[in-house]
Design a protein around this ligand. Structure first.
Ligand code: BT5
Length: 263
């Protein structure tokens, strides 16, 4: 029932691997080799799972959804790549709600979180890592986007602290296991619909914005140069966070190497 190895879905090329370094690397290699969009790399275990800025993504084998999708967004690439990452986040949040009954939110820019009673106010259930490739070549048609997502599905509560101090899994929240195949299926169905809509001129931005945690709340933006405090006023059309400072000035942060905390 929870066996990902036989999973298939029309319209997608699903490449299952029991064990890989990183599903993002497998998908990027396929992208560089000219593979068409619609490739899904799914693994039961990653030996070199990556987060942003070379942080690690860790998960006990067979407990999580670890996957990467290959897209070739139409020009203008940067705009559509950002939109594609957004729609993947929307699709995963909606799939998790429908299949597991857990209401996740997006912690800007790329975390999937569940609200909790702890002082921090949240726990991390998943994360996304988007990587573009093939840019700067003569033809933008070669450009590709890999969206990697890791979701803690059935990680037992006792194992979570090994991964991160604030990690949670769908199982730890619901107290029962969740079928990873059903979740993957619900996710891919939504991605297909939202991506087709994007290609037809639609915009997932309002759906993405509506799923963001902490808009209008006091937050801290942690940057390499220090912590900036303010109110998370909004997100700009390009996805940048707009922070309203206590002195009434505004500052924009693009995803880069910043992260967000409640203040
Ligand atoms: C992310 O990075 O949250 C993006 C994670 C993307 C993982 C997927 S899995 C499939 C695909 N293939 C890959 O190689 N990657 C993608 P970031 O915001 O940098 O968060 C990383 C931080 O999350 C780490 O420094 C830990 O503190 C924490 N962490 C690591 N594993 C975790 C887990 N399983 N659950 C919760 N937190 C975790």
């Amino acid at each position: 029932m929870d066996d990902l190895s036989r999973y298939r879905r029309a319209g997608w090329t699903v490449r299952y691997r029991p064990r890989v370094g990183s599903t993002n690397d497998v998908a990027s290699e396929a992208g560089r080799g000219g593979a068409p969009e619609g490739l899904v790399v799914v693994a039961d275990e990653q030996t070199a799972g990556r987060g942003r800025l070379d942080r690690r993504w860790a998960a006990p084998p067979g407990t999580s959804l670890l996957l990467s999708l290959l897209f070739r967004p139409p020009p203008p690439f940067a705009r559509h790549a950002a939109r594609t990452t957004m729609l993947c986040g929307v699709a995963m949040i909606d799939a998790v709600r429908d299949v597991a009954g857990v209401e996740l939110a997006l912690k800007w820019p790329n975390d999937l979180i569940v609200p909790s009673d702890e002082p921090s106010g949240w726990r991390k259930v998943g994360g996304m890592l988007s990587e573009a490739g093939g840019l700067g070549t003569a033809r933008e048609a070669r450009a590709f986007l890999v969206v990697g997502i890791g979701v803690n599905v059935n990680i037992p509560s006792a194992r979570l602290a090994d991964l991160a101090p604030n990690a949670a899994s769908l199982r730890s929240v619901m107290g029962r296991p969740v079928d990873r195949t059903a979740l993957l299926d619900a996710f891919l169905r939504r991605v297909a619909a939202l991506y087709a809509d994007l290609r037809a001129g639609g915009d997932p931005f309002p759906l993405w914005r509506a799923r963001l945690a902490w808009l209008d709340h006091a937050v801290e933006v942690h940057t390499p140069d220090g912590i900036v405090v303010g109110t998370a006023e909004d997100v700009a059309a390009d996805g940048a966070l707009v922070l309203l400072r206590p002195d009434g000035t505004r500052r924009r942060f693009s995803a880069g190497d910043v992260s967000l905390r409640r203040h």
